[in-house]
Each structure stands twice: as C-alpha cells, then as structure tokens.
Design a protein. Structure first.
Length: 136
C-alpha cells in the first residue's frame, strides 16, 4: 500500500471587500518553478501582465533611497491558484475591487504600492488598513 504525506499551503485571503470584478485569462507557465512533486502553481494574489505572466518586482539602490521596478505592466491580480504543470491554463483575473496589499504574492509589493495604484486604477490597495491613493 502506498502512503504519502503531503502538506498543503493555503493562499492568504487578499480581498478587502466582497465587491470585485474578474475576467477570464490564460495563466502562463513561463518562469514558474516546479515544487518537490514536479507540479507548477501560480498562486492566488499574484500580479499578472496582459500575456498571463507573473509580474516580478525588483528593488535597487541604497537603504536611504530604494527604487522599485516592475518586470511588466500588471493587468490584474490572479484570483485563484492555477496549476500550470502541463502548460498555460485558464484563470480568473481580478481587474476591479479592493485588496489587502500585504497579502498579495511576491516581493516588495507593499513597498511599490504607488506604482501599482498608477498601473491598476480600478483596484483599491489597502496597506495596514489605509487606502492608498495616487500621489502627485
């Protein structure tokens, strides 16, 4: 008899309110690394560009003046986790709604929230319970 113990991770709930709008999208498997079982997952709360690829945020500069760069312009936020082990798969892309920014997937999301506000104006980003508005 075969027995395998698996640990399942749950994505944090990133929605701030029950009002949101999703559209269908294709989630790309490009740049996604496989887990220890050979499965590839794009987690809920990941920023996606128009081609369905995950948007990476990088940080440069010194501790006094960090700058943040997006690998592509985000089109929305992946609503549910999608398995892309066998290639691109359909998914739901959130394009309108309110989110807890701290619970989104990826590095430096909170620090680069002003860029996200500018790129995705129909999504309301909350940091520590405070609505983030476009500066300038």
């Amino acid at each position: 008899m075969f027995y395998a113990k698996k640990t399942y991770d749950n994505a944090p709930e990133f929605l701030k309110s029950e009002r949101y709008q999703n559209i269908s999208c294709t989630v790309s498997d490009t740049g996604v690394t496989a887990d220890e079982y050979g499965k590839k997952f794009v987690l809920a709360g990941t920023l996606l560009d128009a081609a369905g690829k995950a948007v990476k945020i990088t940080r440069s500069g010194s501790a006094d003046a960090y700058t943040y760069a997006l690998s592509a312009d985000p089109a929305g936020i992946l609503f549910d986790t999608v398995e892309v082990t066998h290639g691109p798969q359909p998914g739901a892309l959130m394009i309108d709604g309110s989110v807890n920014t701290e619970r989104l997937q990826g590095n430096y999301v909170v620090e680069s929230v002003q860029q996200l506000v500018a790129k995705m104006p129909f999504i309301k980003f909350f940091v520590d319970g405070q609505l983030q508005i476009k500066e300038g």
